[in-house]
Design a binder for this molecule. Structure first.
Ligand SMILES: [Ca+2]
Length: 157
């Protein structure tokens, strides 16, 4: 664990403090939330396997949030590796509809960071959410869960 010096807003005032993230993680701390995160782009995994990896590190796949999606989209290109795209913490049991995050909250079709015409549940088989380079540089797409991809882990602190 490494110490990361941050300024945290408490009651409208910014105070310095130390928040610990695992050594391979970075700290995200804004009014949108505070958590540790890491991009993985060299060990390509299925959605389920990626999730297992994040959980083993004390977190889960990154929950899609309107509040901070742009931040992760903007950084995706510079975090590219041998794996294509990044799994996120969202899926459905009915391909094409009723997506929920790994925390259980709904991810509506009106979520503003879906790629064009997504989610489409292609072939009635796409049920896991990825950030897809082919959709305007990492907007969201529902994809085949068994495909191996990079992923983003998130640990709430
Ligand atoms: Ca799709």
């Amino acid at each position: 664990m490494k110490n990361t010096h941050v300024y945290v807003e408490i009651n409208g005032q910014f105070r310095s403090g130390h928040v610990r993230c695992p050594s391979t993680y970075y700290l995200y701390s804004t009014t949108c939330g505070r958590f540790c995160y890491r991009y993985e782009s060299s060990e390509c995994k299925s959605w389920t396997s990626a999730r297992t990896t994040c959980k083993a590190e004390g977190g889960d796949l990154l929950v899609p949030s309107e509040c901070y999606y742009q931040f992760f989209k903007d950084q995706a290109t510079q975090n590219e590796g041998s794996c294509s795209n990044f799994w996120l913490g969202g899926s459905t049991t009915t391909p094409g509809s009723n997506y929920t995050s790994v925390r259980g909250d709904p991810i509506l079709d009106s979520f503003p960071f879906w790629g064009s015409n997504q989610p489409d549940g292609t072939g009635g088989r796409e049920s896991c959410i990825e950030m897809a380079r082919s959709f305007s540089n990492y907007l969201m797409n529902d994809a085949l869960c068994s495909n191996t991809k990079g992923f983003i882990c998130q640990i709430f602190v």
